[in-house]
Design a protein around this ligand. Structure first.
Ligand code: AMP
Length: 425
């Protein structure tokens, strides 16, 4: 009897070569957009003290209470796989005394996160985000800059129809009054709320605003709105953000129900939506978290950031029929016919690679026709063909795969020739 096959865990997926092309392109675009705006890359551990997320993200958020991969390690320490980036990055900011660096500190990061969620399209248990944080600056211009950075990045990866939704949820000074008004409103309308929302509105009224329950929607439509409860300082901040966005001609929708699922947010919150329908259509979002650094043991330090889901962006790129990246067009396929040519092709592939020219070919098999068919399938623009005659004359045939035109070139110098044709400097 054969051994039972072991499969990947539920909600965890392999990214196969045809998917990593777009994936790598997205990351490269993100790195470039972030670096040119002065962000430095930070990488924090996947595994952290569980208390970091309980205290940072909030012990009764879904991400922590229901979805966190938490366990005790072999020394009985409570640890957790990170469900999001911000708490770990703020921990690192404090731990490395980054408040003594010129402020604000601008950081970007990307990598895998873990949430024990119900898997469905666009929702996985291991997923990837790209993330930025700006720590140490309270000005509304920073909020606008951060939002515009995300929009610039979307354009860079050919996602041109992304909608920005905005709201302000105030700070400790005005949140209390709003919370009370909201609880009061939900109490009056409790009968119309879905059962889960009826149970949680007392403890977590803001989370109910985020409810996807169909029966709660009519209640939510008329719920008190945060914007009407902002204190003067929060009001002035939000007006400032809108003015800067208006100045740059950035389109946005004000969404009074936008609160975001994590506890640390204050003031500006925002989300980005693509064209895909359905509940998993958010590409990402973020907001200010002016109280988090202090909550995690640092000096009071204002901050803002966002995170965008990589798998969601891949789905969106598929849906929009956009191509994040053109197929690799700087590679040559080396085909050979006959015994001495095989060795010549084998050597040439390695010489081309040494010369930074993308080169591939299966020198040990197939006739010339199937080798060229394979080259075609791989989408390479050029093929080199070496037969017995070429070996004798120390030449190669260079074939343009699109037109079929062929030319004969000296073997000696072909690496330099291809470098120049591919514009490799
Ligand atoms: P959040 O911080 O929870 O709003 O997540 C930000 C973005 O990360 C979301 O808008 C999604 O694009 C992505 N994301 C969050 N959770 C998951 C998940 N379980 N699977 C895939 N993507 C996710």
């Amino acid at each position: 009897m054969g051994k039972q096959q072991i499969q990947s865990l539920r909600g965890m997926y392999d990214l196969l070569p045809e998917q990593t092309v777009d994936y790598d392109y997205i990351l490269a675009a993100f790195r470039s957009v972030a670096r040119s705006a002065g962000y430095g890359r930070i990488e924090t551990p996947l595994l952290e003290d569980k208390a970091l997320f309980e205290r940072g993200v909030g012990a009764d958020t879904d991400a922590v209470s229901k979805e966190m991969y938490a366990f005790t390690d072999r020394s009985d320490n409570g640890v957790a796989l990170r469900p999001e980036f911000t708490a770990g990055i703020v921990r690192a900011f404090i731990e490395h005394g980054m408040n003594s660096q010129p402020q604000p500190v601008k950081l970007y990061s990307y990598g895998p996160l873990f949430r024990y969620d119900r898997p469905q399209a666009g929702r996985q248990r291991q997923f990837n985000q790209v993330n930025v944080e700006v720590i140490g600056e309270a000005a509304p211009s920073i909020d606008a800059q951060v939002i515009v950075l995300a929009l610039r990045f979307f354009r860079r990866i050919n996602l041109t129809n992304v909608t920005l939704q905005l709201n302000s949820i105030g700070d400790a000074a005005c949140r209390g009054k709003y919370r009370t008004a909201l609880i009061e409103y939900f109490k009056v309308n409790a009968k119309k709320l879905a059962a889960v929302d009826r149970e949680r509105y007392e403890n977590n009224p803001l989370r109910v605003l985020d409810s996807k329950e169909a029966s709660s929607q009519s209640v939510l439509a008329d719920a008190p709105q945060t914007l009407n409860y902002l204190c003067d300082a929060c009001q002035a901040h939000f007006s400032g953000v809108l003015e800067y966005l208006d100045d740059l001609g950035v389109a946005y929708e004000l969404n009074p129900l936008l609160v975001r699922g994590l506890d640390y947010y204050t003031r500006t919150v925002f989300e980005f939506y693509g064209e895909r329908e359905g509940s998993q259509s958010a590409l990402g979002g973020g907001g200010r978290y002016d109280a988090l650094v202090e909550r995690l043991g640092g000096q009071p330090t204002p901050a803002i950031g966002f995170a965008l889901g990589l798998e969601r962006m891949l789905l969106e790129i598929d849906e929009a029929g956009a191509k994040a990246v053109q197929p690799d067009d700087k590679r040559v396929y080396v085909a050979s016919l006959g015994e001495p040519a095989r060795l010549a092709a084998f050597r040439l592939i390695e010489q081309l690679l040494d010369g930074s020219v993308g080169a591939l070919g299966a020198v040990d098999r197939d006739g010339i026709g199937s080798q060229l068919a394979r080259a075609d399938k791989l989408g390479v623009p050029l093929a080199i063909i070496i037969g017995q005659k070429e070996v004798r004359e120390e030449t190669v045939i260079l074939r343009d795969m699109a037109s079929g035109a062929q030319e004969i070139l000296p073997l000696n110098g072909i690496v330099a020739e291809l470098r120049s044709r591919f514009g490799i400097v």
